[in-house]
Design a protein around this ligand. Structure first.
Ligand code: DQA
Length: 142
């Protein structure tokens, strides 16, 4: 069975209480629980990781490579706009990935419009709230 890793970056552990008018009222646990249910329906395995530390995300991507994960769904959060290291980890391991954002990064402050990942992602889903993760998971099922 194909296994997909869902990676969430800094401050997404605060979902539910963090700026709910922007990020919604679901917690990360709620979102991951819904994805686990969906994965079962789609006949996929799914694993989850959240970290506030860039190096932990880089090391986790390396681990995904060693453990032959088929694909990654990543919301790099603020690292989207800064992290050459996460870009290089994804390029270096050649794991295909989808970039997800809860909010529309193109409709906010100008600094959020720049992503270091979008041009090397399979695709990007931005602004559709937690549904974006589910859509990305469905992509892997097809
Ligand atoms: C985010 C958008 C980023 O700009 C922000 O830093 C986040 C969350 C989103 O999901 O909308 O932490 O990735």
């Amino acid at each position: 069975m194909r296994e997909i890793a869902v990676i969430n970056g800094p401050n997404l552990n605060l979902l539910g209480t963090r700026e709910p008018e922007i990020y919604g009222s679901e917690s990360l646990q709620d979102i991951n629980q819904a994805l686990t249910t969906l994965a079962t329906e789609l006949d996929l395995q799914v694993r989850f990781m959240q970290s506030n530390a860039e190096h932990e995300i880089v090391e986790y991507i390396h681990r995904c490579h060693h453990e032959q994960i088929s694909g990654i769904i990543i919301n790099p959060a603020a690292f989207t706009h800064t992290s050459v290291a996460i870009r290089d980890a994804l390029l270096g391991t050649q794991i295909p990935f989808i970039e997800v954002h809860l909010s529309n990064i193109h409709a906010r402050e100008p600094f959020r419009a720049k992503s270091w990942l979008s041009d090397v992602a399979i695709g990007t889903i931005t602004g559709l709230g937690s549904q974006g993760y589910a859509m990305a998971l469905r992509y892997w099922a097809d």
